[in-house]
Ligand binder design. Structure first.
Ligand code: NDP
Length: 296
């Protein structure tokens, strides 16, 4: 193996420690803790695990965690009225509605109901528009975490060729906007892209956010490129066991790339750390307490 392994877990721990320090300062200044409300509808096992770990991480960072668990048959109106209550609650700085939602609920309507200043997931169309326009706003946690890892590894990203594989609103599109904001030359690939391997071979930065286990092979990667693997796929590991793999064939990529994120332990831990960071920023804005742009 020649590539450096980008340790997202260690970076995320540092970020969480910094957030906790600043949350303590906020609490002293505001007389209350920054608050994050997480809403879970139904009992999807993966979502329940995410919600529990978000709650624990929030408390560990010195913030107030408000978890709302609603039954799977909750109506859209019931969920929207909870979101409106949370919008009006002065102790709640950030609101996160865990996706996916049950079939009877329109996700877009729920996302649009969250006040943009409490939209710490950065999914509200106003925040997506702010990102596209280069204006300050909340940026989705996973792509922001990816950019933090890239900047930590490479410093200035300006002029680099970046290929983002995937065009979802949650990862691919905001990732591409962020890289454009860093003055990369950005190509967005998706399921209709022709000759993806040739495209990826030109890239200094590859971000894979597809949801297909080990799709990106080692011989797609330009020697020395930096590879960020967002994918989380559970696959059969034999003997009735399963394991997590990314969208990149890690062992192959590590023979060619300059640096690569592992799965698990790469991008995944950054997502919650950035959620806490966004909540801290929201708390400062909502309380009218300044936070230096380079504080975090
Ligand atoms: P989506 O399913 O919403 O999007 C997947 C994208 O991949 C689509 O744009 C799709 O193209 C594209 N795609 C599918 N097949 C191919 C192909 N053969 N070649 C090229 N592109 C293809 O997924 P998400 O963006 O929500 O998530 C992507 C992955 O990241 C998943 O594994 C998910 O679990 C993981 N994830 C990890 C997070 C973390 O914290 N680490 C957070 C969020 C997601 P098209 O638009 O044409 O259909």
């Amino acid at each position: 193996m020649t590539a450096a392994v980008i340790d997202g877990k260690a970076f995320a721990e540092k970020l969480r420690a910094r957030v906790a320090d600043l949350a303590e300062d906020f609490t002293a200044a505001a007389g209350r803790r920054p608050g994050l409300a997480v809403v879970l509808v139904g009992e999807d096992p993966a979502s329940s695990v995410y919600v529990r770990s978000k709650g624990k991480a929030t408390e560990a960072a010195g913030m107030a965690s408000f978890t709302h668990r609603l039954p799977a048959e909750t109506s859209q109106d019931e969920l929207l009225s909870l979101v409106r209550r949370l919008n009006a609650d002065p102790l709640v700085d950030g609101i996160l509605v865990q996706l996916p939602l049950p079939k009877q609920i329109d996700e877009d309507a729920v996302i649009a109901a969250i006040h943009p200043d409490k939209d710490v997931d950065g999914f509200h169309p106003i925040n997506a528009g702010r990102l596209a326009s280069g204006l300050p706003g909340f940026v989705p946690c996973t792509p922001l975490g990816c950019v933090m890892l890239l900047k930590e590894r490479l410093g200035d990203l300006s002029g680099l060729d970046a290929v983002v594989i995937g065009r979802s609103n949650i990862v691919g599109k905001p990732m591409a906007q962020l890289l454009l904001g860093e003055s990369c030359t950005v190509t967005i690939a998706h399921s209709r892209t022709r000759d993806l391997p040739a495209l990826v071979r030109r890239a200094d930065i590859v971000v894979a956010a597809v949801g297909r286990p080990e799709m990106v092979r080692g011989d797609w990667i330009k020697p020395g490129a930096t590879v960020i693997d967002v994918g989380i796929n559970r696959v059969d590991a034999g003997e009735g066991k399963t394991k997590l793999v990314g969208d990149v064939a890690f062992a192959e990529a590590a023979e060619v790339a300059g640096a690569v994120t592992p799965v698990p332990g790469g991008v995944g831990p950054m997502t919650i750390a950035v959620l806490l960071r966004n909540t801290l920023v929201a708390a400062h804005r909502n309380a009218g307490i300044p936070l230096a742009a380079d504080a975090i």
